[in-house]
Design a protein. Sequence first.
Length: 1008
Amino acid sequence: MEALELKLDALQGKLERMHTDIKKLGTAHPVISGSAPVAQDPESSASIPPISIGRGARLNATRSTEKASCDSPSSVLPPIASPQHSQGSAGQTATGHKRVVLPAAKFTESADVPNNRRKCQAAKQKLQDFVKPMLLPPEATSVQELANAPCAWLLSIGLACSYVSGERITIEDILRQNRLAMHYVSFPSVTLAELFDVTNEFLANHAKMREIKAHCEVATFDTETMDEACDGVGMEEQVPIRTLSQFRKELSQSDENSICIVNFDPYLIEQHEIRMRINYTESSDIESIQDAIKPRWSAKNQGTFALIIDFRPALHTVALGVPILLEDGRIVIEEHVVPLQTLYNALCVKDAYCNRARGFVRVFIDQHHPEKVPSIFPLGMLDGSLSGGLLMTSLDTSIAPHILGLSLMHHLVACTLLEDDASKSGKSAKASSERRSLTGIPVTELCRVLNLDIATIVGSSSRASVGRAFSWYRVFLSKLHLLNTVAVGVVLVNRRGDAVDGPVNIQDDVFMSHLELAVKTRSVMLIGFNVNIALNVLVDNRSEPCHFAIVIGLDVEQGIVRLADVNVKKYRKTWHVPLTRLHSAVIGYGYIMVAKSQATIDQLNAKQYEDSILKDASYALPPTKRLLRFEYPKKNYAVTILAEAFATLGFNANVESVANLSGFHISFMLSRHLPLESAASVARNYSNHHLDDRASVYTTHMDKDAPHSNPQTLLNQIRSALTAPKDRCLIVNFDTAVIQANKEVWNGSDGGTFAIVLSYDDENSLVTLTDVNHEAFYRTWVCPLNVLFDAVSAVDSIALRARGTLLITNESQHDNYVGSYGYDMCHALVHHPFKPSVWPAFRCLALVASEMCHNGASGTAHCGGQYSSEDFLYTISSFSVPKAILVSKLDSKQMVDFANVAFERLRIPLETVVVDLAAAGTFFEACRDEVMDGKQATVTLLGYDTHPIHGIPGYSVGVVNRVRGGIEGGSVQVVDGNGCTLGSVWERSADELKKAVTAMVRIRCRAI
């Protein structure tokens, strides 16, 4: 194969040299007809660009990201002699006939082909030298991959930045620089927009990357554009790759200072490799070979990431390098050589999560890259990171854009326009008198105050959503008693009579003046528009593809507007759009502006739009409805099955009440794949907050090798629940893939990963289940007991633990809170409560600091209100992801050392000491905390081995929440730092817990 490639390269080189020689001859000798010389028109020759000939003209065109004229002709015609020339003038023969004269082309573009080829070879060699030490040998069948960190996307960013900068950039550097949430290392995949945002933020904030002028840009493989004309801004985004030839051209123009990270569907790549393996196998037993090959990827997958490490145009092949993090901390690259067509097909597959085409992010060096339009708001404020709590990156993509827009708009209003009023009245924007208030982007608060149901929250936006959002926001401000604090205005942009074409009521100059007003006064403008026109790409097939964004910048000279998107997982945090295109996109929609003074709103001259909206009942909130029956949302949510279980037991419950009264942000409740322990936490919180603890929740994990992990235990639980259906409701958490693999069992539909047990047939060992499918016909189905057990005992890829059962009873759970300290992990800043914690010790430290500072422990009056585990992690001078994941134990001295360093650097007046078991006398007494003036003076942390307690290998850290009983038979209740996997709160006897504890420290106020 390599020999063939060398021959093709040699042949191509000969052809290019022949073309060069021919062009030199054409330049040296003018065009001659007969014996009469022909002169050339200097004006015509100067005005027409040279004509490129041959293969170089096709492969070496100017890049779309360069500053080239979009109006240049696609073809060049030779000049014709002017009729004003005399008979003897140049351009005519002796007989007077006019002659076509070709200009003396310099062929600069084609003459640079050998030079470009040398540059391409140098770039290829540099990249090969970079990846060669990390390449896995072809004979390697398996590697010791770090199980809990399948973050190929994060590794790809680190390798790309290392290649471009020439310095070693680790994933720890990216985590620290961007202050990413710790659960990101457990993400196997992210969206293309998230990949770009993480890369872009790192390049913008890292000192070395800024010094070398490193940048990145994104390209999608959307195949349909709205306008064929070149209308790109040239900032951060390339023109969509629409054809295979365009993709080939993009790859052929790479240089030694750039590298591409591709987001593709690995299923198509793997299937090609399987076919090639079968084709090259000499055995005639094809079926046995197919059975021996076990595919890693299914047709439905989240996608993965890789670096393009080689492109061979002669063979039409591309080499992909998938990075893998090993347990010893090394990074290896798994190489996949596939045809260009196969990779192109894998890139064109849409991301099922955000319903957008995949693509690539290119990291490169450019000394003259266009500057971004400055933002009137700090970028940390736009994504919620400055205020803490819920971030824009955590918002579910299924939430309607106008609801996301209202939430982001009010967040900016609260952080800017209401900030002065809060300080004058003595109120703090961060501290709240309500202990369980949810901070961050106020999506949950908006939905609660407006009493929105799930169907509305996850609905779509349309043209009417602009007026509806304006009306709803006034109601929202009124209920918060803020309607007279700020001024709100709205402008509806439309054509006369809502015609398809015709005059617009808001001309482009007026539209620009409104944008200038918002930027100048630093007002918050939420704009609704046609997303297809704004992006110049067909991304929404609806007749009214409405989307929303916040205007954060305007460059009048260049005619560019910078927007902060409300759906950052789908469209990036910020993006630029030409002013003319945005004006075209806003026709039929409109915008809302919130300002400090009414005088600013009056400059919009839009009172008529406000009056028309407020008079139209269709824009108002629907009357509060009382649900007369249980309603199933159109999408499968785990919260639906919990609500149905509570309703089955006779409690007044529906999906909205469980989602809003569980103590978690509404965005987290919209997940289809909720881990078992997370679902239990939701149910316990709902019972505590809404049902006065009248329901209890119990979980059972069918962990491998556990004594209770067998079909008989599952059968006993089923029979126990069915004997008292009014008192007990059994929910099974299963892997749908296991059920769907048995075609004789599954009914062809997918109703989620949770189901309620309805009945059991002893004679045939069949279990009747009901899930949350919104179609009643598919909601109830039957499954054999052994198949159900296999699905229940399958490992949850999120919790990294076997699934199991969840039992809800009508017994009181009040005893769980009697005598407890009331610690709750929700009191700290947890960026995603339903993701496993890689560093549970830091999460516990964040909880302790938040609890002691909030409760007013002695000496903590001046420390902050809430802390996150990231606050503690990033105070450490250096840390290692593999070492943290593979840690088998922490001793007391290690916990004391890093806790005290973190407290000092964060200026928290706390200190950590090792618990003296000898002074306490017994382990049980050592768990007791000191109380001073009726308040907790100390908090105890326990590091323990998870196998004796939970039956699975590992290590975790917990906070002692209660010590009850005497020395004999006493018990200890613990709030765990890894609640997603091990349970948020659990209790064991002191004797059982003592055998598992490896570290025991106590945190107290530091003497000042």
